[in-house]
Design a protein around this ligand. Sequence first.
Ligand SMILES: [Zn+2]
Length: 149
Amino acid sequence: MQLSPHFSLAELTKSQAALRRGLDNTPGEREITNLRRLANAVLEPVRARFSVPFSPSSGYRSPALNRLVGSHDGSQHLTGEAADFELPGVSNVEVARWIAAALEYDQLILEFYEPDDPSSGWVHCSLKAGDNRRQTLTIGRAGVRLGLV
Ligand SMILES: [Zn+2]
């Protein structure tokens, strides 16, 4: 099932961890609706802006998968509202800064980015149907900070 021109439900639910453990990672209708919104309003504009095809490393996570990867119960991956991604050859901080300036989002997190290695870390971005907080965080070894590096 395609969620948007360049992103499929399969790639937003695939998980090596789930496959290894035999965990079912099938979302329900509500989660699919959320993934579709995220693909069209965040992932597609990012792909178009940087002209780089990419596949998110994590989208929807079932409760069992979310626990397995050590995430918290409030994670928006559980609702299909969040994805983690990076674009080949593009600095993650550059991607995060563009999203912060150009797109509607609920929470944008630059995770484990090291300035001396532009490809380090990844970008986590979530989007809800409404009441988006536009909260921007940097998370790394030093902890959590508001804003981007
Ligand atoms: Zn994430």
